[in-house]
Design a protein around this ligand. Structure first.
Ligand code: FES
Length: 1162
């Protein structure tokens, strides 16, 4: 494939033969290998001899066979611009509009936009969203990417009021901060919306683009003649039975499809419902055609469904039986009955969602019925009755508009020194390098002499004894060097951080599907993978097999410790309340889906067992510790390096360490450098994600909405080993035979918060008050204590809530939604506003200590390093801002190279939104030390320059290097007493979201979201707003879209972007506004900021509850009274099945016999 050709490294065998084969264009990234993420997007250009035009299109390099590229020019991100030549306007604008965070998706985004601009230099907004539909970004939330693209549009993308100084992109609000009437003093703060300056962008000049290579013009003609000779046509008549019967035979090629014009009296329509609107295979799709003889007598009828069998299925008998019938309700009922009989989907059907798919079969039929009826009515107005107006809503498809957004933040103080970058929207330090493809990630590091590749062999059984491992066939594969397993580990193969161990290799038994049993090292990754597939492992099943939370509860299978918190006397409180609500909610897990898969390169240095480990991790010190322990060498022999990583979200802690150990053992045994890059499928299989959760609750409340008693049990599915589960969730973690689940952005809060907000919905339904009212009644109002007796001042929470209510126009829009719902039967709107109190803290001082090292060189340049990892959150950019402020020098003087255990020992993990807080303090400390040393020189020569002072300091033998240190926050928790101060502060926020659902398909559209967040004083509003938006969109994924599917034997089905859907550009709300709360101070953190990387994710649940609200409106209209519960993710399937109607009632239920579902709910 083209991708491997582009990224090819010099490897052992190539070194001996042909060096030039190593193209090494690493700007094109590997994201999934299946064309599902767009990270490897390139532009293909071909000369079309008929039109005599050059055609450009974007394409996924991982899907393009080299042989298909004859006479095709391929342009990669390196080809359009670089920092060494000229940065292309697309690259520049994406970076300067803050469209890159971790940067791993950025080259692909750049190439999709570039290809669009080659065809349409002034694209429309629709063309932009279409062009980006196949590119996934897990970090930005897409808004800044769209902002960058919009700058190329001819049509206005803002309000066009710039001339009168009132442009939506450059709004300023003056807010009164303080006023003293007597002394006539008023203090104001200014809120701004401008995050970038379009004025500084280079213009796009289409005449300056790369030309099509002339030598390809000639030979293309010859090839096309051959193609034309091959071209044959398939007409619809021939195609229909062929589609109905089977797919293509191996020797057949589908060359063209002829679609005839429809005749008078003929109606054709198509329907589809997928897990995601764009770039997703349908769950069920349908094509329907009817031809009437006279008026509405059916003469021909065809119905085809996809997604209900292994190929396209024709409802032939149904159609046959309906010939001669009139197009009326009676025919519809009969058609539904017949089609459900003819197209039977067994309860165990692959793909699952059986009841939903059965429902879609008839829902689509109903939509077709209405569509045709409407057309007949238009053609023969007097012959047909009107379709009731509120039924017409079934016919309208959602149109996704172009996202519009406003971001508002507090401007810096008027008196702030202009060179001081703190508080300003500064571009990501690596933004331009991300966009040009020059940013180096682990797998972009050039090959080391005689480097080997590694592939792992994983368990196919969830719980079994390993009887034997036979690697004889694997060892015969050309290029294979060795097979490594547990006996080859020199020291520790098991690590005990809690009572249960973590394993490098499985030794005697396996405890989940996907556990690493052994590894193959070979001269290339292709050979390593080929050989890994030939390793034979014999197993003997073990009992019990525990996969789900319910099974774990049944078997009393939990990790220790289990904890609980009690406050007050809950039993007494239940005695006095008016009503009690009991229920439970299930929240599915979530895959991190960082764009850069787990990657490590281990290089033995050949002396004293030293090793360099280049790894994609959030915790280099932990990798150092585990690799050293695994090899039995002192920590000082292992040097761990991280330049940047392409996303992590909590998924690159323990697992990255275990995978590094595997590579290190292989490097130790072979003496060669070993590169180990997990492919997407194995990454998803081996590594766990967010914990699936069950929350069981009993809530006591008064009729006026006051909640007086709550008893909640949370159960997290931890998987087979403790990993970080005990840290993520301190209460009750189930031990099961699934891959180990681990930390994930939000650290348990997104699940716990959803459980809480769900029972609030229940209380609202039972008390007859609105959920918003219940939230207000029970919200903190004054200085209070949490249930673990930590004091908090909720003033900013209340401010966020009130501002969000006001900015979103919640009350008027709620009324409007209710009005809409009265008029619309098949589409309903919902709106919800959710508050948030998100805790920040590590619970213990040692977990938040940090160090920094700052060198000043004699040319005045500054090299800065600290213990934090750049994974997209812009930590290095912020640290450079801190150094710039403290040393009073421009940011351009300060450079960050890498995070390494050689410069910063024993660093803590970059987790829990704390990177900037703790490392910022350390950087500040180091810089202040240096400035203190320079101060006498500065005082002596106050008009000197920075460079002069530095040179003089050197002359005076003043140390120009300093470390800085932060001891950490002093959190604690006394579990005996059930009280403490585990958190250092709280972030507050509120989000209001509005949605519209299609009751017939379960599809939905995100109409609008307004977020107000208290993040203290932002160090970099562009980065911080990007973090909020990105986290929010990840939250939308968690709560409404992302579904992990496991087989009844514990094997993960969803192993790539084809099966596992994360939000794409069209899934973000059409209107989105983010406001950072003004005048918020946080005295405990650097420059009064707050660590915010995780918190915005929970606000994604405002979409979940808006959907819940819409479903509630449906159920109320249809007389289904009483409270109900919706589980997460609230997928199209759940929404549809919760909107019960005459079609869901028709669905045949499975017989009394046992049905083994295709997938289990874990
Ligand atoms: S910036 Fe898009 S995935 Fe990292």
């Amino acid at each position: 494939m083209l991708l491997s050709y582009l990224r090819k490294r010099r490897i052992l065998s190539l070194l001996r033969h042909s060096g030039p084969l190593a193209v090494r264009l690493t700007g094109t990234k590997y994201g999934c290998g299946g064309g599902g993420c767009g990270a490897c997007t390139v532009m293909l250009s071909r000369y079309e001899p008929v039109s005599k035009k050059i055609l450009h299109c974007s394409a996924n390099a991982c899907l393009i066979p080299i042989c298909s590229l004859h006479c095709t020019a391929v342009t990669t991100v390196e080809g359009i611009g670089s920092t060494k030549t000229r940065v292309h306007p697309v690259q520049e604008r994406l970076a300067k509009c803050h469209g890159s965070q971790c940067g791993f998706c950025t080259p692909g985004m750049v190439m999709s936009i570039y290809a669009l601009l080659r065809n349409h230099p002034e694209p429309t907004l629709e063309q932009i969203t279409e062009a980006l539909a196949g590119n996934l970004c897990r970090f930005t939330g897409y808004r800044p990417i769209i902002d960058g693209c919009k700058t190329f549009c001819k049509e206005p993308f803002c309000c066009q009021n710039k001339e009168i100084g009132n442009c939506c992109l450059e709004q300023e609000e003056k807010l009164l901060l303080f006023s003293n009437q007597e002394e006539k003093v008023s203090l104001f703060v200014f809120m701004r919306t401008k995050l970038f300056s379009a004025e500084e962008f280079q213009p796009l000049d289409p005449t300056q683009e790369l030309i099509f290579p002339p030598e390809l013009l000639v030979s293309r003609d010859a090839v096309d003649i051959n193609l034309i000779l091959l071209r044959v046509s398939v007409h619809l008549g021939e195609l229909t039975p062929w589609l109905g019967s089977n797919t293509l035979n191996p020797e057949e090629i589908l060359v063209s499809v002829h679609i005839p014009h429809s005749r008078k009296g003929e109606f054709v329509s198509a329907f589809r419902q997928a897990q995601r609107r764009e770039n997703a295979l349908p769950i069920v799709n349908a094509g329907m055609r009817v031809f009437f003889e006279e008026g509405d007598v059916i003469k021909e009828f065809s119905i085809f469904y996809g997604g209900v069998g292994c190929t396209t299925v024709s409802a032939k008998q149904t159609c046959q039986a309906l010939l001669g019938r009139h197009w009326d309700e009676g025919m519809l009922d009969e058609a539904c009955r017949l089609v459900l009989k003819e197209i039977s989907l067994p309860g165990s059907a692959p793909g699952g969602k059986v009841e939903y798919r059965r429902t879609l079969i008839v829902s689509f039929l109903f939509k077709f019925y209405l569509e045709v009826l409407q057309s007949l009515k238009t053609m023969y107005p007097s012959r047909y009755p009107d379709i009731p107006e509120k039924y017409e809503s079934a016919l309208k498809n959602f149109r996704i508009g172009i996202p519009q957004s406003v971001q508002m933040y507090q401007d810096v103080d008027a008196g702030q020194f202009p060179q001081d970058p703190v508080g300003r929207p500064i571009m990501h330090q690596s933004g331009i390098n991300h966009a040009t493809g020059e940013a180096v990630y682990c797998d972009d590091i050039r090959a080391v002499d005689e480097e080997l590749s590694l592939a792992v062999v994983t368990s196919s059984r969830p719980h079994a004894r390993i009887v034997s491992i036979d690697a004889s066939e694997a060892l015969k594969v050309p290029g294979v060097v060795d097979v490594i397993s547990a006996p080859n580990v020199p020291a520790a193969n098991e690590f005990y951080y809690f009572e249960d161990p973590e394993f490098v290799f499985a030794r005697d038994k396996v405890i989940c599907v996907g556990q690493v049993v052994c590894a193959v090292v070979a001269d290339s990754d292709v050979h390593a993978k080929q050989a890994a597939a030939k390793v034979k492992i014999e197993y003997e099943p073990l009992e019990p097999l525990i996969l789900t939370i319910e099974e774990a509860i049944r078997h009393n299978s939990f990790f220790e410790p289990q904890r609980k918190l009690e406050q007050g006397n809950v039993d007494e409180a239940f005695e006095i309340v008016d009503q009690i609500l009991e229920g439970e909610i299930h929240i599915g897990g979530q895959e991190h889906f960082y764009m850069e898969t787990q990657s490590v390169l281990v290089v033995p240095k050949g002396e004293d067992k030293e090793m360099d480990v280049y790894v994609s991790t959030q915790h280099p010190a932990f990798i150092q510790e585990m690799v050293a322990s695994c090899l039995g060498v002192p920590f000082s022999r292992i040097m761990c390096h991280v330049k940047r990583i392409g996303g992590a979200f909590g998924g690159k802690l323990m697992k990255a360490s275990l995978l590094s150990c595997i590579a290190a053992v292989a490097a130790n045994k072979t003496g060669h450098a070993v590169r180990f890059i997990l492919d997407r499928g194995n990454d998803m299989l081996i590594t766990g994600g967010r914990h699936p959760t069950i929350g069981k609750y009993k809530v006591g409340f008064m009729n006026d909405g006051r909640i007086l008693a709550v008893d909640v049990s949370y159960y997290f599915n931890g998987g087979c080993t403790p990993e970080d589960s005990i840290l993520v969730w301190i209460f009750c973690v189930c031990k099961t035979n699934l891959p180990s689940n681990t930390a994930f952005r939000g650290f348990g809060f997104p699940q716990a918060g959803l459980v809480t907000e769900s029972w609030i919905m229940g209380v609202a339904a039972k008390s007859g008050l609105s959920p918003q009212k219940i939230r207000e009644i029970n919200m903190y109002k004054e200085i209070s204590q949490t249930h673990y007796k930590q004091e908090l001042d909720p003033e900013n929470l209340v401010r966020c809530w009130n501002e969000c209510l006001e900015k979103s126009g919640y009350h008027s829009r709620r009324k409007a939604a209710e009005e809409f719902n009265k008029q619309s039967y098949w589409k309903k709107k919902g709106i919800a506003i959710i508050p948030m109190k998100f805790p920040f803290g590590f619970g213990k001082r040692s977990l938040s200590q940090a160090a920094a090292l700052v060198h000043i060189y004699t040319d005045g340049s500054v090299l800065l390093t600290h213990g934090g990892i750049e994974m997209g959150q812009g930590i290095h950019t912020k640290m450079i801002q801190v150094a710039s402020r403290e040393l009073k020098i421009p940011m351009s003087n300060v450079y960050f190279c890498e995070t390494s255990t050689t410069t910063i020992p024993n660093s803590c993990a970059s987790v829990g939104s704390g990177g900037t807080d703790v490392n910022g303090m350390a950087v500040k400390d180091a810089c202040q030390t240096l400035l203190k040393r320079l101060q006498p020189i500065i005082s002596e020569n106050p008009n000197g320059t920075w460079n002069e002072w530095v040179k003089e300091a050197f002359e005076q033998s003043i140390n120009l290097s300093s470390t800085g240190y932060f001891r950490g926050y002093d959190g604690y928790m006394d579990w005996e007493k059930g009280e403490g101060r585990p958190f250092d502060y709280f972030l507050y926020g509120a989000a209001c979201s509005e949605v519209e659902i299609d009751c017939l398909t379960g599809d939905h559209k995100n109409i609008r979201t307004d977020i107000v967040m208290d993040i203290g004083c932002s160090i970099n509003p562009a980065v911080d707003i990007g973090q909020i938006e990105g986290a929010f969109v990840q939250g939308i994924g968690l709560y409404t879209m992302e579904e992990l599917k496991y087989s009844p034997q514990g094997a993960l089905y969803t192993r790539g972007p084809d099966q596992y859907k994360i939000p794409v550009v069209c899934d973000i709300p059409e209107q989105m506004s983010i406001s950072l709360l003004s005048s918020s101070q946080n005295p405990v953190a650097i420059y009064s900021s707050k660590g915010l990387g995780e918190s915005g994710l929970f606000l994604g649940c405002s979409v979940f509850f808006a959907l819940w609200d819409a479903v509630a409106a449906v159920r109320q209209e249809r007389g289904q009274v009483g409270s109900f519960v919706l589980n997460s993710p609230l997928s199209p399937e759940q929404i549809r099945m919760a909107c019960a109607d005459r079609f869901t009632e028709m669905i045949p239920k499975d017989g009394p016999g046992p049905v083994t579902s295709w997938a289990i709910s874990i």
